[in-house]
Design a protein around this ligand. Structure first.
Ligand SMILES: NC(=O)c1ccc[n+]([C@@H]2O[C@H](COP(=O)([O-])OP(=O)(O)OC[C@H]3O[C@@H](n4cnc5c(N)ncnc54)[C@H](O)[C@@H]3O)[C@@H](O)[C@H]2O)c1
Length: 466
């Protein structure tokens, strides 16, 4: 039975897992290759920024310690979760470089251990990587056979940055790819002690679990992209309103409401790379992942499409303000963020771009390297803006008032991708408000449809007269 736990890799997910597992009464040893990360965890400080991490680490300090030694961790625990980076490589696959190094160190420690030990790979990998890429390293370094001296599972978590601890402790289900029944059973039992609400544990082979993990993210991004397609269609039909359509659509239990809000594309460290990796895997296996490839292509084209829409405005040398540079509200992460992509494409198209984000200004500055002007408040951006793009549904932006947009009585064009200011900015003097996913020229669209369907009914009356 698992009593002591080790976690190899104390980054965003690993450090959060240490804190969450310790909060459920287990003793946890964390391992990292960086001394300052180890020191931070030992002192009850958070090594990375994540919601509630500091609180959980300090509250459970007596059950947590960290070390640079994989051996110390393996010899003093029953189970080791490996949660090191698996960065995308130039082929679109996930590199096993860090995981291989961690497995080598764990294997060496297993050689010195008498009892049974379970190794759990939590990092995101593609089908076959655990059994055919990493398991041989453990067997070679330990001199033991998997299933006898040690067990091996692939068990990723389904968490989002900003809510890792909450998501980890309250999952919809746990996923357990198992080398054999013994280690799978033990992991299922361990999760039943750690997770709240007794979530179902889906146990399966290592390869099926690897495919399930990557499928979750690619399915969700397909859903997001589908809603974005509906938003574009709604802009082209009289009275079109994507929220009305997706609200009804999501009520169908086969579809569901989550991630079905037509707006901007998805971003962040996981979603975009998972579609690319699934496409790579499918091509390599002589299968095809057209859906994943199309989702990725459509999502990556969004900033360019929006920039093209704004070209007439840019030509007049006007200033565009972007409110929201992180990939989602209340985040400092700008990786693959649509706000950043828009800032780049608009400035490359010749616009003067100013921008603001409540948390991500600093990381955006590093990413954009002076290409645009980053200001320290939304109000300062609005003072200078002819066109405003609201790219995240941040609470701070929701609080803006119509007066904030019309400084000095000038006329401002506002594109609101999440429709957060629809009630405040619609039909306001000097504001040309465009809620994305809603039609804003009913007459023009009605004329178009009259012509389209009029032709059909004219043909029908001709047919009747024959
Ligand atoms: N962050 C997320 O939202 C998220 C969500 C789901 C899955 N994942 C997956 O989890 C994995 C880790 O993600 P992360 O965001 O926590 O990464 P991270 O870069 O924040 O942290 C990784 C940590 O591992 C340490 N490390 C590297 N090699 C090591 C080794 N051999 N031994 C011990 N420590 C080592 C690094 O120093 C770093 O502290 C990736 O595969 C990622 O795809 C992340």
């Amino acid at each position: 039975m698992v009593e002591k736990v080790s976690v190899i890799g104390l980054g965003k997910l690993g450090a959060s897992m240490v804190a969450a597992i310790a909060s459920r009464g287990f003793e946890v040893i964390g391992v990292d290759i960086h001394q300052k990360t180890v020191d931070a965890v030992n002192e009850g400080r958070e090594p990375v920024q994540e919601t509630d991490l500091k609180k959980y680490l300090s509250e459970n300090k007596k059950r947590i310690r960290a070390t640079l030694s994989h051996e110390e961790a393996v010899l003093n625990s029953d189970i080791s979760f490996v949660i090191v980076p698996t960065p995308s490589d130039e082929k679109g696959s996930f590199s096993l470089q860090y995981a291989a190094w961690a497995f080598k160190e764990i294997g060496k420690a297993l050689a010195k251990k008498d009892g049974y030990h379970i190794v759990i790979l939590t990092s995101t990998v593609l089908p076959g990587a655990t059994r055919f890429g990493l398991l041989p390293i453990l067997e070679k370094e330990s001199g033991k056979k998997c299933g006898k001296g040690f067990g091996l599972c692939y068990s990723p978590e389904f968490i989002a940055l900003g809510s890792i601890i909450r998501d980890f402790l309250n999952p919809d289900f746990t996923l357990c790819g198992e080398f054999d029944e013994r280690c799978g059973k033990e992991l299922e039992y361990f999760y039943s002690k750690v997770m709240f609400g007794n979530p179902p544990c889906k146990r399966m082979s290592l390869e099926n679990a690897e495919l399930t993990k990557i499928s979750v993210n690619t399915f969700v991004t397909t859903k997001i992209t589908f809603a974005n397609m509906l938003a574009d269609l709604c802009e082209r039909i009289p009275g079109g309103d994507v929220d009305v359509v997706t609200d009804a659509l999501g009520t169908d239990s086969r579809i569901g409401r989550k991630y079905l809000t037509g707006a901007l594309g998805y971003g962040g460290p996981c979603f975009p790379r998972d579609n690319v990796a699934l496409s790579y895997m499918a091509r390599t296996l002589n299968s095809c992942a057209d859906i994943a490839e199309t989702t990725d292509r459509v999502n990556r084209a969004m900033a360019e499409t929006i920039t093209n829409k704004l070209r007439p405005v840019i030509k007049q040398g006007q200033t565009v303000a972007i409110l929201g540079l992180s990939y989602k509200p209340s985040s400092h992460v700008v990786e693959e963020s649509q706000g950043i992509y828009l800032a780049k494409t608009l400035s490359e198209a010749g616009a003067r771009v100013v921008a603001y984000d409540p948390l991500a200004n600093e990381s955006a500055e590093a990413e954009l390297k002076g290409k645009i002007v980053i200001l320290d408040s939304a109000e300062k951006c609005l003072e200078q803006a002819d066109v405003v793009l609201i790219t995240t549904a941040d609470t701070e932006f929701k609080q803006l008032k119509s007066d904030d947009f019309v400084a000095d009585g000038k006329k401002t064009i506002v594109y609101d991708f999440w429709r957060i200011l629809k009630d405040k900015l619609s039909n306001k003097e000097n504001i040309s408000y465009h809620p994305i996913g809603c039609s804003d020229n009913n007459e023009l669209q009605a004329n178009f449809l009259t012509e389209l369907w009029g032709k059909e009914t004219n043909n029908l009356s001709k047919a009747e007269s024959l």
